[in-house]
Design a protein around this ligand. Structure first.
Ligand code: ATR
Length: 324
């Protein structure tokens, strides 16, 4: 029997998720069909109820419903809790609903596995303090960079986000599924002492090729938040753009020299052409300037895994979407 899945958002016509999941299904032989649902902003819960009543097995949730899904569901993964958002809804036997978030692990897999960037010990700048930034914060911290600075046009939002995650870390919220991974501690300056060495996946049996501890040695992550003006004189090995500025064809106003020599830039947005932020990086000598297409396919693969317990090969799907 064919199981039904869909992506729900508004707008939804542009979504590449049906294409990606159709490619995963063809590759793995999993008997699924995957559609798109134009969600009603006034009645997201009703749309979900209808889909489940009609036998739907899972949803991807996209703009603007990720926080609605988070608020609707009671059974949430740790990843969804720390992201404050749900992008994957799983219909359990008996119709019980569970919410997860695969965006962060999607970014980490694309960066580290597809492109070979080693985050441990690196100086990382995360631009933006909205939902997209929040969604990737926990897995970034768990990858043990030396330093993680959240910088945002509105400084207070970045400061609040950094403070919130420092606090969560202090409370032991970053406990991972890998037993050997210890808790974290936070100093008054917001320095996170993280013994995390694995990409986060929640504790479910058999989960994840990505549970590869990079290091089991204690490492410190200096987590801070501030405004874009705080970047003067700073240097970073990796700059991740989690702002929506590219949608207006703009880039955040950051100093031209804050990318270290040999540094990488990663734009969580993607487009057929290089995004404004990728062009910014290329113009400043970035060793690599990556857009978010790989992250999109990787988060989809993680959703597919949650639903089907089968992990698709993402490389041919990324290549196909690139037109390669
Ligand atoms: P998302 O869910 O995509 O993160 P969001 O929550 O609306 O969307 O957040 C958008 C982020 O992009 C914010 O960090 C925003 O900065 P402000 O908090 O100062 O608004 C950032 N952003 C949007 N346009 C920007 C621009 N032109 N330059 C810099 N930052 C920008």
């Amino acid at each position: 029997m064919t199981d039904r899945y869909a992506v729900i958002g508004n707008p939804i016509a542009h979504s590449k998720s049906p294409l990606i999941h159709a490619a995963f299904a063809a590759q793995t032989g999993e008997p699924i069909e995957y559609g798109r649902i134009l969600g009603n902003p006034e009645d997201f819960a009703g749309d979900v109820r209808r889909f489940v009543a009609e036998g739907g097995r899972g949803l991807n949730v996209t703009v603007p419903f990720k926080t609605d899904a988070f608020e609707l569901l009671e059974d949430l993964s740790d990843r969804a809790r720390s992201a404050g958002a749900v992008n994957t809804l799983i219909v359990r036997d008996g119709g019980l609903l569970r919410g997860d978030n695969t965006d962060g692990v999607g970014l980490l897999r694309d960066l580290t596995e597809n492109h070979g960037f080693a985050l441990a010990g690196k100086r990382v700048l995360l631009l933006g303090a909205g939902g997209a930034a929040r969604g990737v914060l926990r897995p970034l911290l768990e990858a043990s960079p030396a330093r993680l600075l959240i910088a945002n046009r509105t400084a207070a939002k970045a400061e609040a986000l950094a403070a919130e995650f420092s606090h969560a870390a202090a409370a032991g919220d970053f406990a991972l599924s890998t037993p050997a991974v210890a808790k974290v501690a936070v100093t008054a300056e917001g320095v996170v002492d993280s013994r995390a060495g694995a990409i986060a996946t929640d504790a479910e049996p058999g989960r994840g090729k990505a549970q590869q501890p990079a290091s089991r040695q204690p490492t410190s992550v200096a987590l801070q938040g501030g405004g874009l003006d705080a970047l003067v004189g700073e240097r970073f090995d990796l700059i991740i753009n989690a702002t929506s500025s590219g949608l207006e064809g703009r880039v955040p106003e950051i100093p031209a020299d804050c990318l270290a020599e040999g540094g990488w830039v990663y734009d969580m947005l993607y487009a057929d052409q290089p995004t404004p932020f990728c062009r910014w990086g290329q113009a400043r000598g970035a060793a690599r300037a990556l857009d978010g297409l790989g992250m999109l396919v990787e988060q989809a693969a993680e959703s597919f895994w949650l639903w089907r317990a089968v992990r698709p090969d993402t490389a041919p799907v990324i290549a196909r979407l690139r037109g390669g």
